[in-house]
Ligand binder design. Sequence first.
Ligand code: SAM
Length: 270
Amino acid sequence: MQEPARADSPETPPPGADEALPAAHAWARRGQALSRLWPTSALLCWLLGWGLLTALQPQGAVLALIGAVLPVAALAWLHERRWRRFMVLGGFVASLLAGPGLALLPAWSWLLPLALLLLMYPRSTWRDAPLFPTPAGALAQAADQIRLPSGARILDAGCGLGAGLRELHRCFPAADLHGIEWSPLLAWLCRLRHPWARVRRGDMWAQSWAPYQVVYLFQRPESMAQAEAKAQSELESGAWLISLDFPLPGTPAILVQPLAGRHSLHVYRF
Ligand SMILES: C[S@@+](CC[C@H](N)C(=O)[O-])C[C@H]1O[C@@H](n2cnc3c(N)ncnc32)[C@H](O)[C@@H]1O
């Protein structure tokens, strides 16, 4: 099967864009350097913020706050991932609210994000993928290649908050959509968001994939050998496996679809 054209092929830059490029590249390089330092970069940003706050105290509280928050916000913005930006800036603001100056929050409030994180990522999922949503439109072109009877069963294995289910629903509106998610909080939220799908909390490795005509995965490279063995032993002949970003190590894909933002889709038929 022919590989479809890249969706993100670069276009001719508009006039004047050339001068902006070196500056943009310099910022991108700084962002990459910070990303390599993660999570130490977050600690360094918070330390810098508190250092500035202390140093600027003699100038007055408002000036000290502005002088501390703005550089931390700028450094947070340099991080490549949106959730990291949020954690750097949000963590600093939370430390200000709970810190000795304002003390608006009780000291134990620092434990709340940790508790939330543990609810989202119970320890046993740490070896599998954390939550990254399937980008909108990621499955559209590949789904054109897959013909399914009405009511075909599709499983999003590790469905998170349901971004993958939403895309599957868009591509296969007549399918019977199922999701399984290990995190109780994410499974509950996904059920709320997508009442049309049957979402349950459980381990995708323990659940049989045999009843499904399509299994959709967005996991980690390390999980793909296990996924391949499970698909080979459980999927019926003719069933499909779609994996976002990570190929099966020993099965040739019938379609590899490059997508925008360094993503790619790998489609297999068993
Ligand atoms: C990269 S996210 C993908 C979420 C969703 N499929 C999407 O595309 O939007 C991976 C999800 O798999 C879940 N997960 C990891 N290991 C799991 C397991 N053994 N059983 C069920 N879910 C699991 C994680 O909690 C996380 O929500």
